[in-house]
Design a binder for this molecule. Structure first.
Ligand code: SAM
Ligand code: SF4
Length: 340
């Protein structure tokens, strides 16, 4: 009997991240400070039909979670239509295995989310992660390049209203920008009953300005919050999750997540694979090579050939990233293109 997708280190691949566009309307300094590079032409971007077909194959091969990301995924016209197609995979038993999609999620900067939340829910979206790097208007603008804090806060309200539970908030913590807001974020998690997840700054910015001194370690994040709001680990193992998750010891609502890929590498448990907007498979955020699934599909390959291609690519997944080694080379593609 065929196995689920597995790499040469025995890691099972269960989580597919699909970047649906590399365009973005924010200019986060740690991601896309100067806007998109001259864009891939429209024909190179996967159509919804192609994304659905690829996703169906991936689900057949054992993928249980799909996250749509970007760039800003809500900039892709009629994203609801794609979600509607993908949500059908939650009910569809595969032909030769009993795999099903269990979780369909979206990562967004929150722009236009309040107006679209209801439609996204109806289309079958299960969960949403909203990025929010500062709770102060000026600092939000300094970090993201846009004056949209109030809209992002409305997006969080809309996510609650339409029951996208559990709601996750992503904040990239960068020294000199927002490490002084950690306690305020923890308080926000308690008040709003959301999961605030703090991410270490990774060298994936288009400006190539990343500096190690700017990385606020997961340990420092934990200690800063724990001094004010004592925390307790939710589980002693995080399985193949990227975040260590904490409760508040005093029983308050909300949750803290700490994602520390730079100072506490978690590649050994990685279950992820990524598909870029132009149809390249990336087996690691930090891959320096990509695998052109789009051309395989457009060349008329049959299903068996496509599956064979995917299996071979996955098998070659990197053992781990090299951020902390002298030979580290920052990938040419940025987080906005790879899909965070
Ligand atoms: N535009 C959407 C958003 O911002 O939520 C989705 C795409 S964005 C690339 C996905 C996530 O990657 C965001 O939460 C963002 O904060 C994170 N991210 C981007 N650049 C990063 C970097 N250099 N280091 C760590 N996280 C980063
Ligand atoms: Fe855009 Fe998201 Fe990158 Fe910010 S993090 S520039 S919102 S893609």
């Amino acid at each position: 009997m065929e196995k689920v997708l597995t790499d040469s280190y025995g890691r099972q691949i269960r989580d597919l991240r699909i970047s649906v566009t590399d365009r973005c309307n924010f200019r986060c300094f740690y991601c896309l400070p100067n806007g998109e590079p001259p864009l891939a032409r429209k024909e190179t971007i996967l159509t919804f039909e192609e994304i659905s077909y690829i996703s169906e194959i991936f689900v057949e091969l054992g993928i249980e979670k799909i996250r749509l990301t970007g760039g800003e995924p809500l900039l892709r016209k009629d994203l609801e239509k794609l979600i509607e197609k993908l949500s059908k995979l939650k009910n569809q038993k595969s032909k030769f295995k009993n795999q099903k999609l269990q979780d369909l999620a979206l990562t967004t900067n929150g722009h236009t989310f309040p107006q679209r939340a209801e439609g996204l829910k109806k289309a079958g979206l299960d969960r949403v992660t909203i990025s929010l790097d500062s709770l102060k208007t000026d600092n939000f603008q300094r970090i993201t390049g846009v004056d949209k804090l109030s809209e992002v806060l409305e997006a969080i309200e809309a996510a609650k209203k339409y029951d996208f539970q559990p709601i996750k908030i992503n904040a990239v913590i960068v020294r000199g920008y927002n490490e002084d807001e950690l306690v305020a974020f923890a308080d926000f998690a308690r008040q709003y009953d959301v999961s605030c997840r703090f991410i270490e700054f990774m060298p994936l910015d288009s400006g190539h300005e990343w500096k190690r001194e700017q990385v606020v370690s997961g340990k420092e994040i934990y200690e800063t919050i724990n001094q004010v709001f004592p925390l307790k680990l939710k589980t002693t193992s995080r399985g193949n999750e990227t975040a260590w998750k904490y409760h508040f010891i005093d029983g308050a609502k909300g949750e803290i997540g700490i994602i520390a890929p730079v100072t506490e590498m978690f590649c050994g448990q990685c279950s992820r694979i990524r598909l870029t907007a132009d149809g390249q498979i990336r087996t690691c955020l930090f891959s320096t090579t990509e695998h052109n699934l789009r051309d395989v599909i457009r060349s008329g390959a049959n299903r068996t050939e496509i599956i064979e291609f995917i299996r071979e690519v996955v098998f070659k997944k990197e053992p781990h990233h090299y951020i902390n080694e002298p030979k580290f080379v920052q990938p040419t593609r940025t987080m906005s293109f790879i899909g965070g």
